[in-house]
Design a binder for this molecule. Structure first.
Ligand SMILES: *[C@@H]1O[C@H](CO)[C@@H](O)[C@H](O)[C@H]1NC(C)=O
Length: 251
């Protein structure tokens, strides 16, 4: 008699704890849906920015970048990162546009929450990791840049910064992108140390992040973030919420 009463109590406790964990997990997921990462130039909260510049304008209804950051994103060696696109000769304009767009997405998008990770470095506390980029966006980036030249595969590290801007380190050689990055996936994934993941998902399918979009139809990345927040960008806390009550009962 006493034994069954205890089991009943434990079952109730297990279910209550399970619901609590599930609620926390859902709340945590909701909170990643509209947020700005803690990095060098991001706003603390996303919001409207009526005066965004050029290629960053698609984010004007809700952005993590300021108008000034969006203007800087279009400049060579801007104050943002002093990064020099032209480290192996002038980067062709059609290629440079993709790097500007990449900067706009990084600085302005409030939809990268599911892929934000803690990261301690001298200039930022968070970074993005494995953002599933649409196949077409990655392939067009590679296509338009394949004849541009660079001396490095990972543009996040190992530059010579002694002159205040990135220059090719001693021993490296300028080569065409198609040689440094043989496939589109090599470019999108390796250039920013896996910030992006190459996918087979198509633009408009709601399963990949678009670097380019027409704001007349809204921001397609809102739904993509929601999908991955619910279904797991990397691992799923909801799974744990479902497994915990039976696990407690098993004790
Ligand atoms: C970096 O550039 C400086 C100035 O040109 C040069 O003296 C130095 O050897 C370079 N260092 C490396 C590691 O390439």
């Amino acid at each position: 008699q006493e034994r069954t009463w205890q089991l009943g109590e434990m079952a109730v406790l297990g279910v209550v704890l399970g619901l609590l964990v599930a609620c926390i997990a859902v709340a945590a997921k909701e909170s990643v849906l509209n947020m700005c990462m803690d990095a060098k130039h991001h706003k603390t909260q996303p919001g409207p920015e009526g005066a965004l510049h050029g290629q960053c304008t698609p984010w004007k209804d809700n952005a993590c970048c300021t108008a000034q950051t969006s203007t800087e994103a279009h400049k060579d060696q801007s104050y943002l990162y002093s990064f020099n696109w032209h480290h192996c000769g002038v980067m062709p304009e059609k290629c440079r546009q993709h790097f500007i767009q990449d900067t706009c997405l990084y600085e302005c998008s409030p939809n990268l929450g599911p892929w934000i990770h803690q990261h301690s470095s001298s200039w930022r506390r968070q970074r993005i990791l494995h953002v599933p980029l649409c196949k077409e966006d990655c392939e067009q980036w590679w296509e338009d840049c394949k004849d541009a030249r660079t001396c490095k595969e990972n543009w996040h590290k190992s530059w010579n910064w002694t002159a205040g801007t990135n220059r090719c380190p001693r021993g490296s050689r300028c080569r065409p992108f198609w040689s440094v990055f043989p496939r589109p996936a090599d470019l999108c994934e390796k250039i920013w140390s896996n910030s992006y993941k190459y996918t087979q998902e198509h633009r408009g399918g709601g399963r990949c992040i678009q670097m380019w979009f027409d704001p007349a139809h809204g921001n397609p990345n809102v739904a993509v973030a929601k999908y991955y927040a619910q279904n797991g960008a990397d691992s799923s806390p909801v799974l744990w919420a479902l497994l915990l009550p039976p696990a407690l009962l098993a004790l």
